[in-house]
Design a protein around this ligand. Structure first.
Ligand SMILES: Cc1cc2nc3c(=O)[nH]c(=O)nc-3n(C[C@H](O)[C@H](O)[C@H](O)COP(=O)(O)O)c2cc1C
Length: 175
């Protein structure tokens, strides 16, 4: 059984999870930059991880654009992000609809892990994006629950990584 973990990570949070998962499964964790879709053909189980940026799972098109070629394999995708993972409206609604086509959901299992955001480590562009988002959301007179949560998340500054969260994914791969 050939298994691979692939990740795209800007600030290291997704990479850290990918390495833990690979260690637990006894396989390699590979940066998405250094793998071509064609190379995935030789694996039976593919685990892809990406950080969430404006609801998009970084680099997940490696999986979704090659879905037909990969659909006979065991597929898992994990996200890292700041939105609390019990906010299922966000993950099962917005994140799923922005990243996957409905037919893909029968073939891929999706997991959501808590990520990290250290404001001082962000690029100038990302820092500005967070500031702008907060300003726009805060200017709304009657923010929805989701908008209120977003405003709060713009002030998040810390590492919320929880490696215990990977256990469910490990169990799924072992099934
Ligand atoms: C510009 C920007 C946009 C982000 N958008 C989201 C988002 O839509 N949802 C979310 O849960 N987290 C969001 N985050 C938080 C990141 O997903 C989180 O920091 C993640 O752990 C980053 O992964 P990485 O360290 O592997 O790049 C955002 C962070 C930045 C800087």
């Amino acid at each position: 059984m050939q298994t691979i973990v692939i990740y795209k990570s800007k600030y290291g949070s997704t990479k850290a999870y990918a390495e833990k998962i690979a260690e637990a499964l006894g396989c390699q964790a590979v940066d998405a930059k250094s793998i071509k879709a064609k190379e995935l053909e030789s694996y039976d189980t593919i685990i892809y991880g990406g950080g969430l940026y404006a609801e998009i799972i970084g680099g997940v098109s490696l999986i979704t654009k090659n879905f037909d070629m990969l659909s006979g394999k065991k597929l898992a995708v994990f996200t890292t992000g700041l939105t609390p993972t019990d906010c299922r409206e966000y993950y099962d609604g917005m994140v799923v609809s922005k990243n996957f086509k409905p037919h893909m959901l029968e073939k891929v299992r999706i997991f959501n892990f808590p990520g990290k955001m250290i404001i001082n480590e962000l690029s100038a562009v990302h820092r500005a994006a967070i500031k702008t988002l907060k300003k726009i959301m805060s200017s709304k007179e009657n923010p929805t629950e989701m908008e209120a949560l977003l405003i709060k998340l713009c002030d998040a500054d810390g590492d919320f990584t929880d490696f215990d969260a990977i256990n469910e994914l490990i169990d799924y791969v072992a099934e």
